[in-house]
Design a protein around this ligand. Structure first.
Ligand SMILES: Nc1ncnc2c1ncn2[C@@H]1O[C@H](COP(=O)(O)OP(=O)(O)OP(=O)(O)O)[C@@H](O)[C@H]1O
Ligand SMILES: [Mg+2]
Length: 268
């Protein structure tokens, strides 16, 4: 089955026949994997990747971020080989802020690298810090336990937004959070997404989170990995906590769960 639907919209991310081996081709962790994400500039896209631990989800994000090249195949952004000028940012599973810098300096860092003047980058950083609910914490060091786990992920999200990225890659960003903080962060992310409309590629193990946030859900099969299922989430564009009580939401969660079970049982 095709792992995507190709319409007339322009493409923003494409993984084309991507394969990964770490032993010179004896074993393939990922084999002929394809993924196409189309560009909806005024709306954004929210793509969720589900798959068993070790199947290569983080690896795919590293390809798109330009942190790793596949052994074979192409990684394209806007139909061209991924390059340094692509506006891509990443939120890692582990807290990825720099603990020796303050919240303000962490959030403004990407603009500092770009040579933006101090006043301008700090003003923009303060705006984002307020937006992610951290006003008053600007001068604290971005480290645990000075900031809680949820607050550190807010810093990471503000950091990822500052350079106005087209693509944000999120690798299980809420995996280490308690359930209440996780729900708050999901709502924060849903709001930020509506405001900035980037293309988000989001990895999670939580099916309810996948359905709540995603437009498209792709399920990976491992050994060797490739996408085998695509579920279009036909819920209202703007989602609230009430969406989770909608019978259709519950039905979609069940459908994704069933397909995950089916994928796990596919024989090679
Ligand atoms: N340098 C390496 N040498 C050998 N194998 C590697 C190397 N780097 C990654 N792998 C393997 O690649 C596979 C994919 O890893 P990856 O971290 O992408 O999985 P994942 O789907 O993100 O898993 P999780 O859900 O646990 O985060 C794993 O089986 C891992 O052991
Ligand atoms: Mg991973």
């Amino acid at each position: 089955m095709p792992a995507h639907v190709d319409t007339d919209l322009p493409n923003i991310i494409e993984l084309r026949n991507v394969s990964q081996s770490y032993d010179g081709g004896e074993n393939w962790i990922i084999r002929n994997l394809n993924l196409l994400v189309e560009d909806k500039p005024d709306q954004g896209q929210f793509v969720v990747i589900l798959g068993m631990s070790g199947c290569g989800k983080s690896t795919l994000l590293r390809y798109i971020a330009g942190l790793q090249d596949p052994t074979e195949g192409d990684v394209l952004v806007h139909d061209r080989p991924r390059g340094a000028d692509n506006r891509v940012s990443m939120v890692f599973q582990q807290y990825s802020s720099l603990p020796w810098l303050t919240v303000l300096d962490n959030v403004s860092l990407a603009l500092r690298y770009k040579g933006v003047a101090a006043k301008e980058r700090n003003d923009k950083a303060r705006e984002l810090i307020e937006l992610v609910g951290l006003k008053g914490h600007e001068e604290k060091f971005a480290q645990y336990p000075t900031l809680s786990g949820g607050q550190l992920q807010r810093v990471a999200i503000a950091r990822s937004l500052i350079a106005n990225p087209e693509i944000i890659l999120m690798d299980e960003p809420f995996g280490a959070l308690d359930i209440n903080t996780r729900l708050q962060m999901q709502d924060l992310l849903a709001d930020l997404w509506l405001r900035f409309h980037p293309t988000v590629v989001f990895v999670t193990h939580d099916i309810s989170e996948a359905v709540y946030l995603g437009d498209d859900i792709y399920i990976m099969k491992s050994a060797p990995s490739r996408f085998v299922e695509h579920i279009k989430v036909d819920l209202p564009f703007h989602r609230t906590r009430d969406t989770k009580r909608d019978p259709h939401f519950v039905e979609l969660v069940r459908e994704v769960e069933d397909r995950m079970v089916k994928v796990a049982s596919i024989e090679e």
